[in-house]
Write a protein that binds this ligand. Structure first.
Ligand code: UTP
Length: 335
């Protein structure tokens, strides 16, 4: 089976509530991390692994996603399926059944992985990525024996293992997967109110289908502000950029878009400055400044600034006499 036989299914219909207010106007996958939107990293990884066919499940603000993908990924054959109502990941994947024949690789739209995707498309059969996590209760969790999965449960209250399912699923015969999803949809079964992909795979496992767990270390979530910043730090650490700024100090790692303007500022470490953004007389570290945002007279750290947002601080002027003590906060310092 060749890698070009695979169709990648990427569900991106979600509303991204945990990333509000950014996701009120931008779909989560178009938020920048490192040097490009989240979906750009995912499609680049798929493309680098030899995949040419992608089926995306779009819903919330889907037109913006289509516009970006069509403009930047014309070399991939991308088709779209609409999920009008977010009924769960299982429902989203089930909707792609007309788009896919042959082998399928499902990749979630809000995680970036540092994993060799060819491991998931080799001769070893069906497999899913797993990672040991401290608290598996908010994940799908697998039990294994003899190198295969023996049970799968979505968000269990009392997990039997700490092996969490983390966003890549590979099936050589997609019709078996879609058959299980069809039975799940027909049964009307939901878990935590959603048609769960884990439930469809759990039914396959119960019927004796062999699925291998493939352990991966590099799993980077983009679902919450703090994890988006963490993923940003990972991407800046692993890629090399040549940021340019005028009359400024750059403390690597930093990404500055060639169309951004940085003047009289200190940028970094771990700052990503998007297309057309302007940073003037500011200090910016551990932050993502999206395209066309404008930052002036600010000291920012651990911050996410949305596209076209303006953040202006202030400069104070003092005329300070001998033995004065001026403090702008309550922290004591011995100077
Ligand atoms: P999440 O539940 O993490 O994403 O789904 P979300 O719903 O966008 O975010 P929150 O929880 O409200 O903050 C994981 C992936 O599956 C897709 C999402 O778009 C995301 O890429 N998904 C999930 C769908 O496409 N449809 C669904 O019904 C559920």
């Amino acid at each position: 089976m060749k890698k070009t036989d695979y169709t990648a299914v990427v569900p991106v219909a979600g509303t991204g509530t945990r990333l509000r207010p950014h996701t009120y106007t931008y779909p989560k996958v178009l938020l920048t991390v490192g040097d490009k939107p989240i979906i750009g990293h995912i499609l680049d990884d798929l493309s680098a692994a030899g995949i040419t066919k992608v089926c995306m499940v779009v819903g919330y603000l889907g037109d913006k996603i289509k516009e970006y993908v069509n403009a930047h990924y014309a070399h991939l054959k991308v088709s779209y399926v609409e999920q009008a109502e977010q009924k769960g990941l299982g429902h989203a994947i089930w909707l792609t059944r007309q788009c896919v024949t042959g082998p399928v690789l499902v990749m979630l739209g809000d995680t970036i992985l540092d994993a060799d995707l060819s491991k998931f498309m080799g001769p070893g059969g069906d497999c899913i990525a797993v990672k040991e996590v401290k608290d598996p209760r908010r994940f799908g969790v697998v039990e294994t024996k003899g190198g295969y999965i023996t049970a799968m449960v979505e968000k269990p209250e009392h997990p039997k293992t700490n092996l969490a399912i983390v966003g890549i699923y590979s099936f050589r015969n997609s019709s078996q997967l879609y058959g299980s999803l069809q039975r799940l949809v027909d049964s009307g079964k939901t878990t935590k109110g959603e048609i769960q992909f884990t439930d469809a795979m759990a039914a396959m496992v119960k019927a004796g289908h062999k699925i291998r767990p493939v352990a991966i270390d590099g799993w980077y979530d983009c679902g919450k502000p703090e994890t988006l910043l963490e993923t940003n730090r990972y991407i800046l650490d692993t890629k090399t950029f040549r940021p340019k700024a005028s009359n400024s100090l750059i403390i690597p790692p930093v990404y500055i878009s060639p169309t951004a303007q940085v003047t009289n500022s200190i940028v970094g470490p771990y700052a990503s400055i998007g297309d057309g953004a302007k940073i003037d007389s500011s200090i910016v570290s551990d932050s993502i400044v999206n395209e066309n945002a404008h930052i002036f007279n600010m000291n920012l750290s651990g911050s996410l600034v949305g596209p076209s947002a303006t953040v202006v601080g202030r400069k104070d002027q003092l005329n300070v006499g001998e033995n004065s003590e001026i403090r702008f906060d309550k922290t004591s310092c011995d100077i």
